[in-house]
Design a protein around this ligand. Structure first.
Ligand code: ADE
Length: 418
């Protein structure tokens, strides 16, 4: 078995941490039990390009229990947990190509090594694997029957491929399942981003002006959690509806130019490029902290910051300080990469349980429907989404109600009024 990881000697720590995560992943555990019995993925090769965390390890083991051969590479150079890679290789004979801190060349080499396995299914987080397959690695594309995508940014890229008629196989947008984005993007990003900022800086959040750039599901979750820690949250948006939503949710809303002067901490979660630029860095107060929790490291214009900075130095693990001609210091966390995965451990297991349950069930769905889905981006089937919420609630011991026959009829009727 081929692999490229940091140190196989870290396997024991990875095993303990992966088991710890599993305790909070009841939906995935129940799917694994079913997979072990029925082997719905028998003989299927899956190349997965995901953040290699303890939660991902549990997903990989679930897919393997279903009969799949899994090859794993990283979806971000800084998010890999090296002990987890060792555990997967040593204890589960899963091929992993991922090393925390790998440079761009090695990152793509690892994606290529995953593709060398000639997968039938791709599982992506950000669409780097799919993009590579369509641009540089068309040699293995004919064998692919379908794929899944984990995140908003990846779905945007894939929809653009589909709209341009270049997407060569069907992909299921796991991100758009309700049991994914309503929980993972909101509560997962909210908590893990605060965790990353706090671990990186050890600063008190209470009383700070905390600027959240972007008010999608991630921005909503982050604003909620920053407020809960006592911050004065300022939201910036380009979409008037979302700006209005943020305002009515009780936050201050203003342009990034105005917010730049006020913020102590800034976090981007837009999925877009260069949302904080030179002209904003120049307005920031001394000691401002800037980070990103969107998928790619393009949201902060760091080249622009480098150009205007007179000095830069690393002041703590995960913190780089840039000094501007005014003497003001700007602290960039985690190189502008996902602060929640680089400086902390990503989303907690309990939300990844639902995201990865969708991943596992959608892989089964792709195998069952191989050859009959169009080459476009598909929603997660409603019965999969609903079953994930049902299993989660039952695992949490929470009951909910059912409609009576009378209520069902009432909802379907139009005759009864005032
Ligand atoms: N994305 C965000 N958090 C994650 C986690 N814990 N594992 C895998 N992917 C993630």
């Amino acid at each position: 078995m081929d692999y490229d990881i940091k140190d196989i000697g870290l396997a024991e720590e990875g095993r303990l941490r992966t088991q710890w995560a599993s305790q909070e992943m009841p939906v995935l555990r129940s799917i694994k039990e079913g997979f072990e019995r029925n082997k719905p993925l028998r003989g299927t090769k899956i190349a997965a390009c995901l953040h290699v965390t303890t939660e991902t390890a549990n997903l990989a083991m679930t897919l393997k229990a279903g009969g799949a051969e899994v090859v794993l590479c990283a979806s971000n150079p800084l998010s890999t947990q090296d002990d987890v890679t060792a555990h997967l290789v040593k204890d589960h004979e899963i091929s992993v190509f991922a090393i925390n801190g790998e440079d761009t060349d090695r990152y793509y080499k690892h994606i290529d090594q995953a593709l060398d396995a000639k997968p039938q299914i791709t599982m992506d987080d950000g669409a780097d694997l799919v993009s590579r397959l369509h641009k540089e690695r068309t040699d293995v594309i004919d064998g692919v029957v379908g794929g899944t995508e984990e995140t908003t940014t990846g779905v945007l890229r894939l929809r653009s491929m589909a709209a341009n008629g270049v997407l060569r196989y069907p992909i299921i947008s796991v991100n758009d399942a309700d049991t994914k984005h309503l929980f993972d993007n909101r509560y997962g990003t909210g908590q893990s981003t605060m965790d990353g900022i706090i671990r990186a800086t050890n600063r008190l959040i209470a009383g700070t002006n905390f600027v959240v750039v972007g008010y999608g599901w991630c921005g909503k979750g982050l604003s909620m959690r920053a407020r809960a820690l006592g911050a004065n949250v300022i939201v910036t948006e380009v979409d008037p509806l979302k700006a209005l939503e943020a305002l009515m949710d009780g936050y201050r809303v203003m342009s990034i130019s105005e917010a730049a002067e006020l913020g102590h901490i800034f976090c981007t979660v837009t999925g877009n490029i260069h949302v904080i630029r030179k002209e904003h860095f120049e307005k920031m107060r001394d000691g401002a902290m800037v980070c990103n929790s969107g998928h790619f490291n393009v949201e902060l214009d760091l080249e622009g910051l480098e150009e205007i900075a007179e000095q830069r130095r690393r002041v703590r693990e995960f913190v780089e300080e840039f000094t501007l001609p005014s003497g003001n210091r700007i602290n960039v966390l985690a190189e502008g990469r996902l602060v929640n995965l680089a400086a902390a451990e990503g989303h907690p297991s309990s939300v990844m349980d639902m995201s990865f349950a969708n991943q596992a069930l959608c892989s089964e769905y792709i195998v069952k429907n191989s050859g009959s889905l169009e080459n476009s981006v598909h929603d997660v089937p409603e019965d999969i989404d609903k079953s994930v919420s049902r299993i989660k609630l039952s695992a949490l011991g929470v009951t909910f109600d059912e409609l009576t026959e009378e209520q069902k009829q009432y909802l379907e009727s139009w005759e009864i009024g005032t």
